[in-house]
Write a protein of this length. Structure first.
Ligand SMILES: CC(C)(COP(=O)(O)OP(=O)(O)OC[C@H]1O[C@@H](n2cnc3c(N)ncnc32)[C@H](O)[C@@H]1OP(=O)(O)O)[C@@H](O)C(=O)NCCC(=O)NCCS
Length: 126
């Protein structure tokens, strides 16, 4: 597994992961990208971290400041999505390890992740 910053060439694979993972069941917002250009406009190269397995995008990690205030400079809001074919194989953990590494280097002390919880599956994350 290769953990690295996203590039322009990853757009198609990243769109595939986002469309498979972010559905009305997992997020309140509508996640749809009509073209790679639209995706790259909203997610420029190097703005996210990806996990690559055998040349395929297996997972995506995003992080950004939730509020552009000096008092919130130490905070990041996270989004993490793993391709259903690769879930439960340690991809999410590997992306989070990289997040901890970058957050420490950039002095981000608080990382916020919002999750949808499925109470029918013993509080499993959707
Ligand atoms: C949640 C998600 C990122 C986990 O990624 P993953 O690659 O499957 O996770 P890993 O294989 O690294 O597992 C890491 C740990 O999380 C647990 N876990 C994985 N998926 C889980 C789920 N759906 N619910 C509860 N726990 C889960 C694993 O059991 C493991 O725990 P352990 O180390 O104690 O065994 C992935 O299932 C996903 O993309 N879900 C949909 C999107 C989402 O909900 N993102 C989070 C909100 S932004």
């Amino acid at each position: 597994m290769l953990i690295r910053k996203s590039t322009k060439n990853d757009a198609a694979g990243m769109i595939e992961v986002e469309h498979l993972v972010w559905t009305p069941g997992t997020t309140p917002g509508d996640t749809h990208y009509a073209t790679e250009s639209e995706y790259l406009l909203r997610n420029p190269p190097e703005s996210k971290v990806v996990a690559e397995i055998d040349g395929k995008i297996a997972g995506i990690l995003g992080f950004h400041s939730p509020i552009p205030l000096k008092s919130n400079e130490h905070v990041w809001m996270l989004d993490i999505a793993v391709h259903p074919d690769f879930q439960r194989h340690g991809v999410g953990s590997a992306l989070m390890q990289e997040l901890y590494r970058i957050a420490k280097a950039e002095n981000k002390k608080k990382n916020i992740l919002t999750c949808a919880i499925d109470k029918r599956k013993s509080n499993s994350i959707l």
